[in-house]
Design a protein around this ligand. Sequence first.
Ligand code: F6R
Length: 609
Amino acid sequence: MCGIAACILENDKAAPILLGCVKKLEYRGYDSVGIATLNSSIIVEKDEGKINDFEESLDLSKFQGRIGIGHVRWATHGPPTRENAHPHLDCDGKIAIVHNGIIENYMELKNELKSEGHNFASETDTEVIAHLIEKYKNRGHNLEEAVRRALIRLKGAYAIAVISSDEPDKIIGARKESPLIVAKGERGYFLASDIPAILDHARDVIFLDDNEMVIIDDTGARIKDLEGNIKKKEYKYIEWTPEMAEKGGYDYFMLKEIHEQPQVLRDTLREINTIQRVVDEIGEIKRICFVACGTSYHAAFVGKYLFESILHIPTDVIIASEFQYTANALDKETLTIFITQSGETADTLNALRAVNKKSKTLAIVNVLGSTATREADHVIYTRAGPEIGVAATKTYISQLACIYMLAAAIGRKTEIVKDLRKLPDEMEKILEKEELIKEIARTYKNKSDFLFIGRGFSYPTALEGALKLKEISYIHAEGYASGELKHGPIALIEKGVPVVAIAPPPLPLKTGAKIVKDEEEFRNSHSLTLSNVKEVKARGAEVIGLGAEDDEEFKKNTDKYISFNPSIREEISPLLYIIPLQLLAYHISVMKGEDPDHPRNLAKCVTVV
Ligand code: F6R
């Protein structure tokens, strides 16, 4: 998705610092890039393609001035070309703007402006805003008033940063339904769509709310609503460090983030008291409805198995973009839980807004101050730190940990948290098996299809393993509940098709914890998956098994086997068994020459529906 960075510095030149900030937005997924700086006039450079190529082609000496705006674009209106890249200018090149979001009434506005003589250089919705500001400036308004009047005319979503050579000491920002932060540091002020963009320079941040503008000049930053009233807002200190948003010696962010998972789990587990407090505030819960997209949806899906099997609370799990078509039976005794790493996913936010007080809402979110955290009744932070790789890894683990702790808090089952505390050490042991996983990746990297199968708690793991593989290696992969194979997918099995089978051990017969209602049922899930493994093996599949070290029966029916400590039983296995599947996807992607941090067509934060 698009990303914005802007700065107004006290003494330094804007261009190199701005470029550094824009590079930190790379992870969002983009197809073009641009910057503009302001001295007595505006200098713009932009192009389609990668930031590094753009940087190499730039002559930084031509960018004068301590004020600038920058952007990475993910094409929506108009293809990824130089003309459509941001910043966009008005007719006279005196106003420059960068924009995230979509202006829904841009055609109507464009026609109006064209009929008044404005000339357009791009196909974007954004350029309309530059000309609209120009229109109001031409009527004699100053920049702030012209921007305010333009914003009132816009329908849709925006985060913008605007500069004008007529008022060369100022930046104006504004937001509606697309995030924008104001940050104050030693060198000056910054605007950005995401925290990682500014971490090198500033940690004190204000999160703008919808329909707010910020006017930054040498007197500081003033925030106003669209009626022009001053809004008083406090800076919040961001605890994320710049190092957290660096690769730290790893080749890719994704690999670093996979390896961070034991520590992330330790950090997230410290939230148990906060989670207990949130649960006490929420009060009685008779039904739960999870809503999320993608990897967050898979975390929610584990939640369904957990809440129904352990707490016996009826639990639905709904893909956020489908929520509006199904969720008509909410009531005050339902807790609707929104899981979102970014807190900005448009589908998830739309669902959150659609609840409209019909049920209590809780958001489980990674990004501090993001929209979901401000719109839900209750919030739990996952504490995974910044996730830069587009494919979610460590935030999945932290979401799962929060869901398990939520179950522990609702059901007053402290033994769940005790079980989770064993996992970071087990994760470290699994990460030590990376060479084995690389070897598996080498063996199967040229296959065109993969199946992932599992039952019960392992079914969401199968879905997530398949998603990881397809999104970064572009190999077709499907996750199935093992029992579904015979209802269709088994037709795909022929000699050599890799099937990843996930079958952790069932609970031991004598469990002190008694957290599973029917141990026999769980035994069944394991032995039934083994039957499915035999079925696919008999038809020529190559089976990659994930199971307990001592599970000889399973091992002998596989071609490759990744073994886990047998004490990690089915109900907490999702937090551990996903790790080799993340590594498998990562290594296949790298071996195929792909860039796992920037998969094609994907964006870190999907702010369009
Ligand atoms: C996959 C992935 C996506 C996100 C999805 C939801 O690796 O990252 O599927 O999980 O776009 O994003 P959030 O959690 O930010 O709402």
